[in-house]
Design a protein around this ligand. Structure first.
Ligand code: ADP
Ligand code: ADP
Ligand code: MG
Length: 472
């Protein structure tokens, strides 16, 4: 087993990995930028090292991180999600220094991180893929010609994109002409690559993704699917496991397809195969994420499998502990990404100091976060502050539990997406489990909730003011 792991990340996912290490008797090493010196992962790890003054670049300094891992006697690095998690060069640098990269092989990361290469690999494996360009586009003329043959609307996408950025829908040739340069410059800025491609836009699809686990001994299994159709600007807000919109036959089919896809590329460790489901019940491969996913939590909740622990065990060379038929699901889990954003102000980031925080609790509630009362949210990173995960035996009960948990949560000093999620939970289409990726745009009025504080919030504010005045 591994003895010591460096966590090349920050925030809630760093804390999540530290927790897995603690349970497995593995020493954890945290890294942090100056801006993160008061961050929770720094306090929670067994050892912590400052890696620079650059808020973001510090976490991307491949050689500094590998050197630090070697110098502190780590036998492995866990990359989390975002940052270097899908960077093949990083995986390779680890290997060259004799440090285990907790993820698939560098070659697989490289191949699947490139969306056009991934499409080619999937086509070769017989997996259904959206019609699109054979590879990257050379020019706007090339783009227009391909779009003409597959038909509008099309999606123009950054080949090495992620996090919902570098994607534009184009409804006609004018749109495509207008967006072509824009996507290229977005891609160059965000991902350091100007490569773009296009594929047919599936209008109002459902986003269905399958969690995969594979070891180095030829075993590949899936942990069923998640429904991530509740998105805004191609970014996930609420995720559900399993999808309440699939029947059992579709569930088995998509699970099998994902295993086939993973095997076709020699996949190892945890990964996610993302599909779109159209209104004629056809599935199309969209992309593969070669890392732990933000929403791995809901799969853990319904299957009882600790995905991060499994990642570490697989990286250590152990065999998967579960056979496919041993994976059982129970009930539904919903994850809410609590973002520091103001839904009533175009979801503008709302950074600042968290004046008071307490986590929701009670049965069927899990909170993954790295915030605490008094924490000042640095403006340099993701706006996701916390993930609230609820579960229950039925879809209806999971919704009720979600409402209860979100109301239970106390998070003051900044604006968050909590009140918006409460509106979504009330919506008949959500409750009837009949929604697609168009949901958020279809119901813009859901941001028109009242800002009047709830009675219990009011009472606690009054109590705080009284206490301050009387010195109690
Ligand atoms: P998930 O795929 O796990 O649902 P997201 O797509 O929301 O997660 O991405 C999670 C985090 O990782 C976000 O902070 C996002 O900006 C970052 N991220 C994802 N892909 C990339 C990428 N290719 N390059 C840079 N950052 C990325
Ligand atoms: P990222 O790497 O940023 O996660 P994806 O390729 O997974 O990018 O796409 C993100 C989201 O954009 C999807 O979940 C979906 O809502 C939308 N999307 C992507 N491709 C298409 C498509 N061809 N048709 C319709 N929607 C799409
Ligand atoms: Mg994706």
């Amino acid at each position: 087993m591994l003895r010591k792991i460096l966590i090349a990340n920050r925030g809630e996912i760093a804390v999540r990995i530290i927790r897995a290490c603690a349970e497995m008797g593995i020493r954890s090493v945290a890294i942090y930028s100056d801006a993160d010196r008061f961050a929770l992962h720094v306090k929670k790890a067994d050892e912590s090292y400052c890696i620079g003054s650059e808020p973001v670049a510090s976490y991307l300094n491949i050689y500094a991180l590998v050197d630090l891992a070697a110098a502190t006697g780590c036998d492995a690095i866990h990359p989390g999600y975002g940052f270097l998690s899908e960077n093949a060069q990083f995986a390779r640098a680890c290997k060259e220094r004799g440090i285990i990269f907790i993820g698939p092989d560098a070659e697989v990361i490289h191949r699947m991180g490139d969306k056009t290469e991934a499409r080619k690999a999937m086509i070769a494996a017989g997996i259904p893929v959206t019609p699109g360009s054979d590879g990257n586009l050379d020019s706007v003329e090339h783009a227009l010609a391909v779009a003409e043959t597959i038909g509008y609307p099309i999606m123009l996408k950054a080949t090495s994109g992620g996090g919902g950025r570098g994607i534009r829908r184009c409804d006609n040739a004018d749109d495509l002409q207008r967006n072509y340069q824009r996507v290229i410059s977005e891609a160059t800025k965000a991902f350091g690559s100007a490569d773009v491609f296009l594929e047919k836009c599936i209008v109002n699809p459902k986003h269905i993704e399958v969690q995969i686990l594979a070891d180095h001994h030829g075993n590949t299994i899936h942990l069923y699917e998640r429904d991530c159709s509740i998105q805004r600007r191609n970014q996930k807000l609420i995720e559900i496991a399993p999808s309440p919109q699939l029947d059992e036959a579709q569930r088995q089919y998509i699970g099998g397809l994902a295993v086939l896809a993973a095997k076709a590329v020699g996949y190892t460790n945890a990964g996610t195969v993302e599909f779109l489901l159209d209104d004629k019940d056809r599935f199309y491969f969209m992309e593969m994420n070669t890392r732990v996913q933000v929403e791995h939590t809901i799969t853990e909740t319904v299957t009882g499998v600790d995905i991060v622990e499994e990642q570490i065990r697989v990286a250590a060379g152990l065999t998967l502990r579960f056979k496919q038929h041993e994976i059982v699901r129970r009930g539904y889990a919903i994850e809410f990404r609590i973002n520091a954003e103001d839904p009533q102000n175009s979801f503008l980031p709302s950074f600042g100091r968290i004046s008071r925080y307490y986590a929701p609790g009670g049965p069927g509630v899990r909170t993954d976060t790295a915030i605490y009362t008094g924490y000042e949210i640095p403006p340099y990173y993701d706006s996701m502050l916390a993930k609230v995960i609820v579960s229950a035996l039925t879809w209806e009960d999971a919704i009720k539990r979600g409402e209860r948990a979100l109301k239970d949560m106390g998070l003051f000093g900044i604006k968050t997406t909590i009140p918006y999620y409460l509106e979504i939970l009330k919506h008949p289409e959500f409750r009837a489990a009949a929604f697609n990726t168009g949901f958020v745009d279809k119901y813009p009025e859901l941001v028109n909730y009242s800002n009047k504080p709830r009675p219990e919030v009011l009472a606690s504010v009054i109590a705080a003011v009284m206490a301050a005045h009387t010195g109690l």
